[in-house]
Design a protein around this ligand. Structure first.
Ligand code: SF4
Length: 102
């Protein structure tokens, strides 16, 4: 699994990348979920979360459209309100970050 994705990232982005990476692993462990084993996909989602957090102030899902209404958009702050059902039904969340354990 990718530890460092520093290419083209500022120090702030890199620090936040590591923070969100740690959170993601912690959360998966706590909930008994697996993580995407495809490094490129995994990294792209984490980078998307970093971008949204820096740009919009929250860890908004990079695979969903924000409405712009912070109240509604709370539902799509990672871990979004939908991931549990998605993992149950399809085996992974919409972004393919979290997976049902094998
Ligand atoms: S779909 Fe996955 S990555 Fe996107 S917010 Fe939900 S849990 Fe996070």
């Amino acid at each position: 699994m990718a530890e460092k994705q520093g290419k083209g990232m500022t120090k702030e982005e890199e620090d936040l990348y590591q923070e969100i990476l740690s959170w993601t692993r912690e959360y998966a462990k706590e909930k008994g979920l697996a993580l995407n084993t495809d490094d490129r996909q995994f990294t792209a989602v984490i980078r998307g979360l970093v971008r949204n957090r820096l740009k919009h102030g929250e860890r908004y899902c990079p695979c969903r459209i924000r409405s712009g209404d912070p109240e509604k958009d709370r539902l799509i702050i990672c871990p979004c309100a939908y991931h549990g059902k998605e993992i149950e039904g399809e085996g992974h969340c919409h972004c393919s970050l979290f997976f049902r354990p094998q």
